[in-house]
Ligand binder design. Structure first.
Ligand code: EPU
Length: 429
């Protein structure tokens, strides 16, 4: 097993290019299955989740080729196999195959999705949407059978009880091929939803209102292929913004849509970090003194839960007490105990993390329990004194393209070691 080793204490300086958005990519890839001809997706991030999704589509019979950042998907001859294998379990976003295959074939059999353990992650709102479209759902242990009733899916009005990115996209996918109009109320408004709607409209769908809380979808008999360029990853960009601030560096973050990061920019400025916005870049300049802030995560355009874990590492360097409440997930604070091992003074109370600063951090062997916890530990490692060793890096590789290379180009000192090299080094010492 690989470990990431970080020699902390270096300021990040320079310029970093942000990749395509992970949470768009993993919805756009299955969306391509709704068409009858080739879809080309540009600027995909080179991350594990994209690779696995490409393999799942191949298993269904799609012809998939990945050249650098471009994936070509020829979905004409796919078959509707029951999907019970391990790859579905490796991804949270495998649930988008439900909407895509239900839309295309009127039937899907699939096991429950996997993904990071952030507490309970039900999919009741996805299933409520499919049922409203006329599907019948039965469950045998981990396996779901979702079947459109005779005559196929039909448009419906669906009010989401919880603002859910996944349910909004999944219902949108199925509804593009339903008869009549579907209206999703209390829809999520994340930029990734607009990106998926943009792709589907280019494939011939008729979706209006994506990015607002009411989305209207007029179903179409057929969709075709198209070429689509994915939006930049606001969470990757936010992670570099926080890392730049934490190391008191000066980093120009390129290929971003600054509006997507307004909630983070506002919080960083409140802490006394300098953030300059340009058309498609953000420059983050650290200062000597940061103030504690309170943060509540909310659906977009509120503060993203995906940046909650990374920012807890930065808040160890802010003077005073910060309270970070996660309103989206019940237990997304697995980074805390590891940050405490590194010297942070923080604790979890219910859905909040309480962080006392300023505390110097020291290198330690810690574990990336999930993707964004891993990002938090990388940031902590960058500012810690000495060597931080992060295990279970595969979680980080699911979501951050070329993390080591990008950080090295900004002046960080980090490298990978496998278990045996690490044990050997310890033995020699
Ligand atoms: N929820 C329900 N029922 C549902 C669906 C969601 O109760 O049917 C609840 C969830 O338990 C959660 C809240 O609603 O408390 C929001 O969940 P949402 O459905 O919006 O999350 P998701 O679609 O499963 C996506 C991203 C997550 C990101 C969230 C919130 C993907 C594959 N995942 O998850 O990304 O945290 O939206 O923005 O797009 C990550 O990138 O690290 C990550 C976890």
């Amino acid at each position: 097993m690989e470990k990431l080793v970080i020699e902390g204490g270096r300021k990040l300086t320079g310029r970093v290019q942000i990749s395509g958005a992970k949470n768009s990519a993993i919805a756009l890839i299955p969306a391509a299955l709704l068409g009858s001809s080739r879809v080309i997706l540009d600027h995909l991030p080179a991350i594990k989740d994209v690779e696995i999704y490409g393999e799942i589509l191949q298993e269904l019979g799609a012809v998939v080729s990945l050249h650098g950042e471009t994936m070509e998907i020829e979905p004409a001859n796919i078959l509707n196999y029951p999907m019970t294998n391990g790859k579905i379990k490796q991804l949270r976003a495998s649930y988008y195959l439900m909407g895509a295959l239900l839309g295309r074939f009127g039937q899907v059999t699939i096991c429950m999705p996997g993904g990071c353990n952030l507490g309970p992650r039900p999919i009741d709102q996805h299933l409520k949407g499919f049922t409203a479209l006329g599907a019948v759902i039965s469950r045998e242990k981990e396996l779901l059978h979702i079947t459109a009733s005779e005559g196929g899916l039909r448009g419906a009005k669906i009010y989401l009880d919880v603002v859910s990115v996944g349910a909004t996209i999944n219902i949108m996918l199925a509804a593009t091929r339903a008869k009549g109009t579907t209206i999703i109320e209390n829809a999520a408004k994340e930029p990734e939803i607009i990106d998926v709607a943009t792709l589907l409209n280019a494939m011939g769908a008729d979706i209006k209102g994506a990015g607002t809380d009411v989305i209207r979808i007029k179903g179409k008999k057929q969709l075709q292929g198209c070429r689509h360029s994915i939006i930049p990853d606001r969470i990757e960009a936010g992670t570099y913004m926080i890392a730049a601030a934490a190391t008191r560096g000066d980093v120009l973050i390129d290929n971003v849509i600054p509006r997507h990061l307004e909630s983070l920019t506002a919080k960083l400025r409140e802490m006394n970090v300098l953030v300059e916005e340009q058309d498609d870049s953000l420059r983050v300049i650290g200062t000597d003194h940061y103030k504690a802030v309170d943060i509540k995560t909310l659906p977009y355009p509120g503060f993203p839960t995906d940046l909650q874990q990374p920012i807890t590492a930065l808040l160890t360097q802010a003077q005073g007490t910060s309270v970070v409440k996660d309103n989206i997930y019940q237990s997304r604070f697995k980074q805390i105990e590891h940050l405490v091992h590194m010297g942070a003074r923080m604790k979890v109370e219910g859905r909040s993390a309480i962080i006392e600063g300023v505390t110097p951090l020291n290198g330690y062997e810690v574990m990336a329990t999930d993707l964004r916890a891993g990002a938090a530990l990388v940031i902590a490692g960058l500012i810690a004194k000495g060597k931080t060793v992060i295990t279970d890096v595969h979680h980080i590789d699911r979501g951050y393209e070329k993390l080591d290379e990008k950080l090295q180009s900004l002046g960080a000192s980090l490298w990978r070691e496998n278990d045996s090299a690490w044990k050997e080094e310890r033995r020699i010492k």
